[in-house]
Design a protein around this ligand. Structure first.
Ligand SMILES: [Cu+2]
Length: 620
């Protein structure tokens, strides 16, 4: 019954319309794409454990349908909330963003320049979409290209509601346009072009996590008085699947339902751009392909100079493109390689092992996983064509025994320095955001930024009629407006923001992957312990700052402290990172830890950017 229901849903899938009725990728004019995302609650068992949710899905699938557009294109994304009206309400003193049957969708990394109402943050940019209702997200992808994704922005729903959102640099980077031209395929190698890079095709890997409890159960526990730490996910998923316990698969009720591990099929004579997307919502996941060093060429939509790493460290919300070179060894052309992961930056007592596995398979008879989204039938068939396996080769990449502080970030350099004028300017001010956790008298645990825990506003800020303008003379020293509950920014000011981590007593430091909406930013400095303006104010220790939209603030160096010394309150400061952005995008922009449990527990602020200009935008 479930499957036939899914099937009917799938038939009403993704429709892409070109403005002229037909799609011509050589057309220099931008296209308008229309996508339909239908949200339902389904029983789903992606790790063959016998636990089936229910969880929210998009068009009956996880990951949701891939969305691919070209820079400059217009996107119209209709999200239909098809959930029942009866809903679990969470406490208002949280950043859950809605009840269990309300939803919004955020396109992560897309700046929404001039379209803040399409950013998908409940109570900042829109009311959450009620059961039975829908919302049309409309925006143009201006001046940015690369690997992005979309996900729910209510509660923990992004665990299961997410999908890739790829912006091609130009028509020359579109695999569908290229592969449909057989002349190109036969006469030129590496025909796809993005910046200085040439490759033949591309593949996407979406990392995510899966808990054997519902998002409602987990959310209620995280926000409630019995909170005693965030439970590890039951499984790490690669492209929406894995096997929870390989010896126990037969216990799954519907035996044939389990499809095993994802297989990424590649042709050994081709060079691939592999896009890796951090759809994980809690832990940092490190990712490797055995015997395949990974050449990083893109981070968060910025092309970087080629740099080869043994493994990727993927914090929630981060994205990478890496190049996979053609296989030169004749004997290895029919071969499988293990893709494996670990859970990184854990407390010392936790086990980093992960069941997130998949297979890279060289084959000359590859079952093409469709990257074509102009044809509705191809999208529908994508699910049917998915290649899976029950066997992952035993030879696996061996991750270093210890998490690598700052990973390889200092070795990455942008291809273009086109926008780095703001790096040479003086910032108008430095806003320090100090994050602390505390247990309230109610026994509930919350995160605070400068002593304020984020609570969903009563009315959506962006559309609030007659909202007063900030009085800049009355902001706190860190730029907070207590009347408005936001951090106002002046139009076009260059601002530095210090993300200061602390730890609660008796606990080790965590990693906090901070994410900005409406902006990419430059990380310009970082350090251990406590940020000190006098000492660190002019420090610039990031060698080649580049635009990105997630920065992990590393848990230095208390991670290794003995539990005894953790009880001391002397060293609660866990490191900091300083980012710089220019306030050129009027809007109400969330800024939060992309560890989603932290976010719903209050680790979030709202930037109220150029509110005077915002009033001039057409619809406010
Ligand atoms: Cu966090």
């Amino acid at each position: 019954m479930l499957r036939s229901f899914l099937f009917t849903l799938i038939t009403s899938f993704v429709i892409v319309l070109a403005h002229a009725g037909n799609i011509h990728h050589n057309d220099k004019h931008s296209m308008t794409h229309f996508f339909e995302l239908n949200i339902t609650r389904e029983f789903h068992d992606p790790d063959c454990s016998g636990y089936t949710g229910p969880k929210l899905l998009i068009n009956g699938q996880m990951p949701g349908p891939p969305i691919q557009v070209t820079k400059g294109d217009h996107v119209r994304m209709l999200v239909r909330n098809m959930l029942p009206a009866k809903s679990i309400k969470f406490t208002k003193s949280s950043a859950m963003g809605g009840s269990s049957n309300e939803i919004t969708i955020h396109v992560h990394g897309i700046r929404q320049f001039g379209s803040p109402e399409s950013d998908g943050v409940p109570y900042l940019t829109q009311d959450p979409i009620q059961a039975g209702e829908s919302y049309l997200y409309e925006f143009q992808v201006i001046d940015q290209a690369g690997t992005y994704f979309y996900h729910a922005h209510v509660g923990l729903v992004s665990e299961s509601v997410f999908g890739e959102f790829v912006v091609y640099e130009s028509e020359k980077a579109r695999p569908d346009a290229y592969l449909s031209n057989q002349n190109h395929l036969h006469h030129h190698g590496h025909g796809l072009i993005a910046g200085p890079y040439h490759y033949d095709d591309e593949r996407t890997i979406l990392l995510s996590e899966w808990w054997h409890e519902t998002a409602e159960e987990l959310g209620t526990y995280l926000l409630g008085p019995s909170f005693a730490g965030i439970p590890a996910p039951s499984s790490i998923l690669i492209n929406g699947r894995t096997i929870y316990q390989p010896n126990n698969v037969t216990q799954t009720k519907e035996k044939d339902y389990c499809q095993g591990y994802s297989v990424i099929e590649v042709d050994p004579i081709k060079r691939y751009r592999l896009r890796v997307i951090g759809g994980n919502i809690y832990e940092t996941i490190s990712f490797a392909i055995n015997d395949h060093p990974l050449t990083v060429i893109e981070v968060d939509g910025t092309l970087v100079k080629p740099y080869t790493v043994p493994y990727l460290e993927v914090s929630p919300g981060q994205r990478f493109s890496v190049l996979l070179e053609p296989c030169s060894d004749e004997h290895q052309k029919e071969k499988e390689y293990a893709i494996n992961t670990i859970r990184d930056w854990l407390n010392p007592q936790d086990n980093p092992s992960s069941n997130g596995l998949a297979v890279l398979r060289y084959t000359t008879h590859q079952n093409k996983i469709s990257n074509i989204n102009e044809d509705q039938n191809n999208i529908i068939n994508k699910k049917e064509q998915e290649v899976t396996t029950f066997y992952v080769p035993e030879n696996r990449f061996k991750f270093p025994g210890q998490s690598k502080l700052y990973w390889y970030w200092n070795n990455l350099e942008p291809v273009d320095d086109y926008n780095n004028k703001i790096l040479e300017q003086e910032a108008s001010r430095t806003i320090v955001l100090e994050a602390t956790a505390a247990r309230l008298p109610s026994k509930e645990v919350r995160w605070f930024i400068n002593n304020v825990t984020f609570v969903d506003p009563n009315k959506t800020i962006l559309t609030e009629p007659d909202r007063p303008l900030p009085d800049y003379s009355k902001l706190t020293k860190n730029g907070y407006d207590p009347e408005l509950g936001t951090y106002p920014l002046k139009y076009n000011e260059v601002v530095d923001i210090v993300l200061q981590s602390t730890r609660p007593a008796n606990q080790a430091c965590n990693i906090h992957p901070w994410h900005t909406h409406g902006h990419s930013f430059y990380e310009i400095a970082y350090g251990d312990g406590l940020y000190n303006e006098e000492k660190d104010g002019s420090l610039r220790n990031v060698p080649h700052p580049f635009l990105r939209d997630v920065v992990p603030v590393y848990p230095s160096p208390e991670l290794d402290l003995e539990v005894a010394s953790l009880a001391s309150n002397d060293s609660i400061y866990c490191g900091w990172s300083k980012i710089r952005l220019i306030a050129d995008n009027p809007g109400i922009w969330a800024m939060h830890c992309h560890n989603t449990p932290h976010m719903i527990m209050g680790m979030m602020i709202a930037l109220e950017e150029a509110p005077e200009e915002l009033k001039k935008l057409k619809h406010y």
